[in-house]
Design a protein. Structure first.
Ligand SMILES: [Zn+2]
Length: 216
């Protein structure tokens, strides 16, 4: 995956300071309204993408929270999460293929293949594409193992259990190693991302409930 999940992500009222006049609206994102926009993302939201005027954070008619908006043209800069499409490619022996990441974040650690969904593809197409790019495996996505929200990374990760229908494991700059692990031998301490750990635990819970991975 290449989605910046490990970006430092402080929470709280200061999160939008880089994006506008949050100091004038200190209650913009209080506990009851959520944690707001992550700092690293707010830092990229300074100007209207339509006309270039500085954005301003404030209340708007018919909006349930304060929004970044452009006073000049009326554009509202909605900030929404992106979808990361991933698969757990499983072979006929019931082992799941993971890749040892060759790039940051999480270099040297294990994760399932995946990445950002492109604007012109379906979720399934994205999952198949990313899996092929990162592992050389051709998969057929099946059941959804889980959907995982990481507000601090502004992502939602979908994880499909996937049947391997072709291809062969390859090493790429993105993947130093591609290896199949049986459910009882998942390298838990070396998993790159929390979302990967959550997906793998949910998968193990399905295929080997006796392993009770939550008890570890
Ligand atoms: Zn504008």
């Amino acid at each position: 995956m290449s989605h910046g999940e490990r970006n430092p992500a402080p929470h709280g009222l200061s999160d939008l300071r880089a994006a506008g006049d949050v100091d004038a609206h200190p209650g913009a994102f209080d506990a009851s309204a959520g944690r707001g926009v992550p700092t690293w993302l707010a830092a990229m939201l300074n100007y209207c993408s339509r006309c270039g005027t500085a954005l301003r954070l404030g209340p708007l008619p018919a909006e349930d929270r304060e929004r970044l908006a452009c006073d000049a043209c009326g554009y509202i800069a909605y900030v929404n999460p992106r979808l990361v499409v991933t698969t757990l490619p499983v072979n006929e022996a019931g082992e799941v293929f993971l890749l040892r990441r060759g790039i940051e974040p999480g270099r040297g650690l294990w994760a399932q293949p995946g990445g950002f969904m492109e604007i012109d593809e379906t979720v399934h197409e994205g999952a198949i594409r990313e899996t092929l790019e990162e592992t050389g495996l051709v998969v057929e996505p099946g059941e959804i193992v889980g959907l995982y929200t990481r507000p601090e990374a502004a992502i939602v990760v979908i994880a499909f259990a996937a049947r391997i229908v072709g291809g062969a494991p390859i090493v790429t700059p993105e993947a130093l190693e591609v290896r199949a692990f049986p459910p009882e031998a998942i390298p838990w301490p070396e998993i790159a991302f929390r979302t990967s750990e959550w997906a793998l635990r949910d998968w193990v819970r399905r295929v080997r409930p006796d392993l009770a991975p939550d008890e570890r």
